[in-house]
Design a protein around this ligand. Structure first.
Ligand SMILES: NC(=O)C1=CN([C@@H]2O[C@H](COP(=O)(O)OP(=O)(O)OC[C@H]3O[C@@H](n4cnc5c(N)ncnc54)[C@H](O)[C@@H]3O)[C@@H](O)[C@H]2O)C=CC1
Ligand SMILES: O=C([O-])CC(=O)C(=O)O
Length: 312
């Protein structure tokens, strides 16, 4: 019997793609193929080689190659899509829709051609609509096309709660639902520190400001960077999702999933709590929401629908 390493292709070798490739390799989740457009081929090869040369120092076994040829992605188990443009200060994620939708279509055709059985995780913004585009273009079952927003948005929320309480981030849990935009829905009622509801530990006013900072978390980094957007926490979020799928961990993680009636929405990709495992999205968990929470989720879903209309 021969046991082979898993193969993971990362499309886009920019800030998020490169950082994700390194994190995946450091966790020995598989061999990595980093792909970019032809005029980025040499820098992509250089980044991959540079990462590979870190492997003896850090002691991880993973082959890492850079390429502009999709043939090299053949038979990938998992493909992560980070290709496209990022926003600059003053822009919203939705401003990227037309450019990135075209990129999603061409990238998806190449993915499907060489890896018809893979799982796809999409990062490119506006990510709810871009995940929908990849789903439609791929013809894959919904379980195998997943978008990343909630792990990152929840990580930001957990960071701010842990800072507020001066506690370990390890003990803080939470859930952020909805689209990956400024009207995302951090669910305070389902957030805990060491099993204690955070509502009993933090004042209403402070919680409101944590929710607001979470909603604008991407923009906070865009404004500080001046040219580009966040990449360390997004890459860490993609890595945790990849690990859940490749190791069949059946983790409860928020992910952008295709909804067919769940939470009252249909034919839309939106951030919801899921069980992520060896079959991709194995289940969508439907939480009981208060009227106020459901109204907030409706607003967020409507914003995603507006962006999807631009795509029609
Ligand atoms: N969903 C989320 O939580 C997050 C989403 N993002 C989004 O991820 C995307 C990537 O961000 P960064 O890596 O910072 O951007 P970046 O500009 O550093 O890298 C993007 C890369 O994609 C490449 N690319 C463009 N067209 C391509 C194609 N057809 N095939 C292969 N590669 C192609 C570019 O050459 C570039 O190297 C952006 O749309 C950004 O908004 C970023 C952070 C978090
Ligand atoms: O804000 C952006 O443009 C990138 C992103 O989605 C995030 O960091 O949450």
């Amino acid at each position: 019997m021969s046991i082979k390493r898993r193969k993971i292709s990362v499309i886009g070798s920019g800030f998020t793609g490169s950082t994700t490739a390194l994190m995946l390799a450091q966790r020995e989740l598989g061999d990595i193929v980093l792909v970019d457009i032809p005029n980025m081929e040499d820098p992509t090869k250089a980044r991959a080689l540079d990462m590979l040369e870190a492997s003896p120092v850090q002691g991880f076994d993973a082959n890492i190659v850079g390429t502009a040829n999709y043939k090299d992605t053949k038979n990938s188990d998992l493909v992560i899509v980070t290709a496209g443009i990022a926003r600059k200060p003053g822009m919203s994620r939705d401003d990227l829709v037309n450019t990135n939708a075209k990129i999603m279509k061409s990238v998806t055709q190449e993915i499907v051609k060489y890896s018809p059985n893979c799982y796809i995780v999409v990062l490119t913004n506006p990510v709810d609509a871009m995940t929908y585009t990849v789903f439609k273009e791929s013809g894959f079952p919904k379980e195998r096309v997943i978008g990343q927003s909630g792990v990152l948005d929840t990580a930001r929320f957990r960071t701010f709660v842990a800072e507020e309480l001066n506690l370990s981030v390890k003990d803080v849990t939470g859930f952020v639902l909805g689209g990956h935009g400024d009207d995302m829905v951090p669910l305070i009622r389902y957030s805990y520190a060491g099993g204690i509801p955070i509502e009993t530990l933090i004042s209403k006013e402070r919680l409101e400001s944590i929710v607001e900072r979470t909603r604008k978390g991407g923009g906070e980094i865009v404004n500080l960077l001046g040219n580009g957007s966040a990449y360390y926490a997004p890459a860490a979020s993609l890595t945790v999702m990849a690990e859940a799928i490749l190791k069949d961990q059946r983790r409860i993680l928020p992910a952008i999933a295709y909804l067919e009636g769940e939470y009252g929405y249909s034919d839309i990709y939106l951030g919801v709590p899921t069980i992520l495992g060896g079959n991709g999205i194995e289940k969508i968990i439907e939480l009981d929401l208060t009227e106020e929470e459901k109204t907030a989720l409706d607003n967020s879903a409507n914003s995603v629908k507006k962006v999807m209309e631009i795509l029609q």
